[in-house]
Design a protein around this ligand. Structure first.
Ligand code: BGC
Length: 756
């Protein structure tokens, strides 16, 4: 059964079990609207669209309006629903069916309103790119752009005009399987990647045949569930919400994202889709968002289980009034809308506002002018050779070299190679979670990729990893054939171990309480270590892992994430040194699961971990205060030096102006390579404690041996300020420390300036 088929039957069960409890109480606050001007500029040319929307809205009955607020899955749509017509349909990918239902909607409905078809193109549609956590490791927004440019083209070609992406949930929770879908732990890096994705998918006009409208998700703070358990509650201060979790959403909206998806989780007791503070106050009023918000899958219905709605109608009331415009899968809006309007629980103007937002996006998407797709052309742009080439290049740029002792890498192609490990001849898992319409048969395995560049290569599985829906230790490398592993290693000059998770171990609802390699994979490392052969561990995973035991034994470690369709080729490009591994970690890797959450941009404590006597903030049984690998860390086949940090001024006005920070980056090694220069700041004295480091700039450069380049960044009030606990952005006078380095842990270059 497909993922969606399974969920449709799960929904039926869910509805049977839901019972009434609780009352939805949502507060609305007033926020400053100083950034709305930006949005006004954007909507100015759309005057005619607004007039068209008004004219259409004026003709609609309440029932027709409520149908526009309804979003059905591929398993729910049929001719009768299409003829109503419903507002949107997601996960239908057959262009003939899409065309068929669109014809029904446009030709058989009274007002001829087209359906907006949507899909989760998270890291590719057919040409599957690295998982977004991998893309973030590239520290190169062009990689995110390529992913969403090609993804949008392939998606739009089948008649789908909305993607449920980018997923921009900042997360400090490696146990959470959805870490894989986002940009990591840093709001600045996440913002850059989010904006790049939105711009690439939408272009300047998403009515273009190769563009789609993006839906930024999951609004908000879904990445910080208690205990790492998916859908679980989140409790956080307003300052933390705004400083750490909201920036990538804001960046996506500013980049033009015209739709958004509210999240399953509650923040401070208020579920995302019933949260008037985040949806009405922040997203719509403060940020001036004029698109629509759809709920996540049955999230309106789940307000009952959250205990904030008494029944389905009450859930519809809470969600509609909080600002959720469209309801996914459950149909309480449609079923209860008339009654809610009649009783005054929801105003007619709120219904009109929600419909207006949806119609506005359909007009902007060009659906009224071009509702149909030509199914005979849908395949013309899928998995083009040029798209595969781009993916191969970008996957290699997304890999992070974590360890490389004794020049183990790069491998000389004249050496024989033994590929060992359960993921070594695997196509399926290379695509990662949310594989879109990617096909296993398109993917290049590690063995095939390496063999193509070095014919003298063997493969030994060692143990089996079976990608299964439910946890069963029998599926996770239950025991290792050590004799075969040892013999294979002994027979080769170099060993490449392909280890890590299956794609199903990450993603939605895939939470792990243990972050070590699954099952007995570590035994493979131990066996190869015994042979004395130089070996590299190539890792596949959708979250930071506990690599303490891996790092203790391995000569080299290459973090490949789930690299996508060209996996084996891009890994071979890096292992053989055709491409320098220049990626950096977008998340901290803990020394053990007990260190979680551990992230570079934490606030200081009064008794820091590494200071003073025994009465400090240390784990008794972990000697280091640091993660195993910090945010921003990654090696290269060459070496670099950062020097000469310069600030254009040592004072910055709190009211305006900027300072330029620059640093020289020199390739001090003997081969061409990539470095990511990173700029961090710290505000040592503020009204509320500020993170010990905050990334405010990065640049990936490629340098020849001996070459130096100067990288510079502008810092202004938006960089040095922060949100306080009343939700106000404040810029306080005082010293700001500046650090330029090659990771968040690098103290190399420092200076400071004063905000006056
Ligand atoms: C996920 C969303 C996704 C939606 C539609 C939900 O379960 O949380 O990220 O967009 O399904 O597939």
């Amino acid at each position: 059964m497909s993922r969606f088929g399974r969920r449709a039957s799960a929904l039926a069960a869910l509805i049977v079990f839901l019972c009434a409890l609780g009352v939805g109480v949502v507060t609305a606050g007033n926020r400053s609207r100083d950034e709305r001007a930006l949005r006004k500029t954007r909507s100015a040319p759309s005057q005619t669209i607004e007039q068209k929307v008004s004219a259409l809205l004026g003709k609609m009955t309440l029932a027709e309006k409520l149908n526009q607020l309804t979003l059905l899955s591929d398993g729910q749509i049929n001719d009768s629903e299409a003829a109503k017509p419903v507002g949107g349909v997601f996960s239908l990918t057959d262009p003939d069916k899409i065309n068929h239902f669109q014809h029904v909607a446009v030709e058989q409905s009274r007002l001829h309103i087209p359906i907006l078809f949507a899909f989760d193109t998270i890291h590719g549609y057919r040409t599957i790119f690295p998982i977004p956590l991998g893309t973030a490791s590239s520290f190169d927004p062009n990689v995110a752009s390529d992913d969403h440019r090609i993804g949008a083209m392939e998606t739009a070609a089948v008649g789908i005009k909305q993607i449920y992406s980018p997923m921009v949930d900042v997360s400090h929770e490696p146990r959470w399987g959805r870490s894989s879908e986002g940009g990591g732990e840093d709001p600045y890096l996440g913002s850059v990647m989010a904006a790049a994705r939105v711009k690439a998918a939408q272009g300047s006009d998403y009515s273009a045949p190769d563009k789609v409208v993006t839906s930024v998700k999951h609004f908000a703070a879904y990445g910080q569930p208690e205990g790492g358990r998916d859908y679980n509650t989140t409790d956080m201060s307003e300052a933390r919400l705004r400083n750490l979790y909201l920036p990538p959403f804001k960046a996506a909206i500013d980049a033009g994202a015209d739709t958004a998806m509210c999240s399953f989780n509650a923040i401070n007791g208020v579920p995302g889709c019933a949260n008037s503070h985040t949806e009405n106050d922040i997203l719509k009023k403060e940020w001036g968002f004029d698109g629509f918000v759809e709920s996540d899958y049955t999230a309106v219905d789940e307000l009952l289980r959250h205990g904030v709605a008494a029944d389905g109608c009450d859930a519809a009331r809470a969600a509609l009034n909080a600002g959720t415009d469209m309801e996914m899968v459950s149909t309480h809006y449609r079923d209860c809308g008339a009654q809610l309007v009649k009783s005054g629980a929801v105003s007619m103007s709120r219904i009109n506002d929600a419909v207006r937002r949806i119609l506005r996006i359909k007009f902007r998407a060009g659906l009224f002018d071009n509702p149909y797709v030509d199914p005979s052309k849908a395949n013309d742009v899928q998995l083009l050779p040029a798209s595969r080439d781009t993916e191969r290049k970008d996957a290699a740029r997304s890999m992070v070299l974590l360890k490389n002792d004794n020049g183990t890498l790069p491998i000389d192609t004249s050496k024989s190679v033994a590929v060992i490990g359960p993921l070594g001849d695997d196509q399926h898992d290379m695509l990662g979670p949310w594989w879109g319409q990617g096909r296993d048969s398109d993917a290049v395995s590690v063995f095939d990729g390496i063999k193509a560049q070095d014919a003298n290569t063997t493969f030994t599985e060692g143990c089996k990893m079976v990608d299964a829906d439910l946890y069963d230790p029998a599926n996770e490398c239950p025991s290792v054939d050590t004799a075969a592993v040892t013999a294979a290693a002994q027979g080769a000059d170099q060993v490449v171990l392909a280890l890590g998770e299956t794609r199903g171990q990450s993603g939605e609802a895939e939470v792990r309480s243990d972050l070590k390699l699954p099952g007995h994979e570590q035994d493979i490392i131990d066996a190869v270590k015994q042979t004395g052969k130089p070996f590299t561990v190539v890792l596949f995973n959708g979250r930071p892992l506990d690599l303490t035991d891996v790092a203790a034994k391995s000569d080299a470690i290459l973090e490949a994430w789930f690299p996508g369709v060209e996996a084996g080729n891009s890994i071979a490009d890096v292992l053989f040194g055709k491409v320098d591994p220049g990626g950096k970690l977008p998340v901290s890797f803990p020394r053990s699961v007990g260190q979680v959450p551990i992230y570079y941009n934490h606030e200081p404590t009064g008794r820091p971990c590494d200071v003073g006597s025994k009465y400090n903030s240390r784990y008794r049984d972990i000697l280091s205060c640091q993660p195993l690998y910090p945010f921003g860390f990654g090696l290269s086949y060459t070496t670099f030096k950062l020097s000469n940090l310069q600030l254009s001024s040592h004072t910055l006005s709190a009211k305006g102006g900027s300072i330029t920070a620059s640093v020289d980056v020199t390739n001090t090694g003997s081969r061409q390579g990539d470095e990511v220069a990173q700029l961090y700041i710290h505000d040592p004295v503020a009204s509320i404690s500020q993170p010990v480091r905050r990334l405010r700039g990065f640049e990936r450069v490629t340098l020849d041996p001996g070459q130096t380049t100067t990288v510079s960044w502008k810092l202004d009030r938006s960089d040095v300020g922060f949100y306080d606990n009343s939700g106000n952005f404040v810029v306080e006078p005082g010293r700001i420390d500046v650090f330029a380095g090659d990771s968040s842990a690098d103290d190399g270059q420092t200076d400071s300036f004063t905000v006056q």
